[in-house]
Design a protein around this ligand. Structure first.
Ligand code: AP5
Ligand code: MG
Length: 188
């Protein structure tokens, strides 16, 4: 099972991925978490990614595709995978298709969590306030840039998956349990 969780910053991708992971034993592959781990480890990649993420821009497709390819080959990814934050551009989506077809696997479903901009800003600023160690990109200025980047570079993937009959839209404005129920209903 391969599920793609899409949606703008603060839509609830990470929240829902963790719930599905706990309930069904799927593995959550969050490219944002992977990049933050590289930054924390002080790796060359982390050093390169840090400024890009803090500015709200996207890390290059080559790097991201390589990162996911490696992770999909790990034994824990042989069962169920939830892609959280990848793909984020049409070239990433195309690379994922090639990668999966080489492995004889396919995407089962792409879920779009739909949330209004005002709510996204409220959620992210609240997360920054409540976290003792806020993400470098969780401030209003960077968040606005992330929202622009989502619209211009990531949203074009939605018609890509719609055209393949894989896209399901979910009301991400609802409370967390309702969102989980909607995703589970789409899966069945
Ligand atoms: P990434 O880490 O993926 O960040 P993002 O897409 O901006 O999304 P967030 O993690 O902020 O939000 P989320 O949707 O996971 O929401 P969450 O569940 O936390 O990427 C960060 C950066 O890394 C990118 O900007 C880019 O630079 C780089 N990057 C990553 N992947 C890349 C790629 N493939 N290519 C290139 N660059 C890449 O929820 C948010 C808050 O809301 C939480 O506090 C939560 O408790 C709350 N909440 C969740 N659901 C609800 C609900 N239903 N009701 C009320 N509150 C809710
Ligand atoms: Mg997240």
């Amino acid at each position: 099972m391969i599920m793609i969780l899409m949606g703008p910053p603060g839509a609830g991708k990470g929240t829902q991925a963790k719930r599905l992971m706990d309930k069904y034993g799927y593995v959550q592959l969050s490219t944002g978490d992977m990049l933050r781990a590289e930054i924390a480890a002080g790796s060359d990649l982390g050093k390169k990614a840090e400024a890009i993420i803090s500015a709200g821009n996207l890390v290059s497709d080559d790097i991201m595709v390589g990162m996911i390819a490696k992770r999909l080959d790990a034994p824990d990814a042989s069962k169920g995978v939830i892609l959280d934050g990848f793909p984020r551009t049409v070239p990433q989506a195309e690379a994922l298709d090639r990668m999966l077809s080489d492995k004889g696997r396919k995407i089962n479903i792409a879920i779009e969590l739909k949330v209004e901009a005002d709510e996204l800003i409220k959620r992210i600023l609240n997360r920054a306030k409540e976290s003792g160690n806020a993400r470098a990109d969780d401030n209003e200025e960077t968040l606005r840039k992330r929202l622009d980047v989502y619209k211009s570079q990531t949203a074009p993937i939605l018609p890509y998956y719609k055209g393949k009959g894989l896209l399901t839209q979910v009301d991400g404005m609802a409370d967390m349990d309702t969102v989980t129920n909607q995703i589970e209903a789409a899966l069945n």
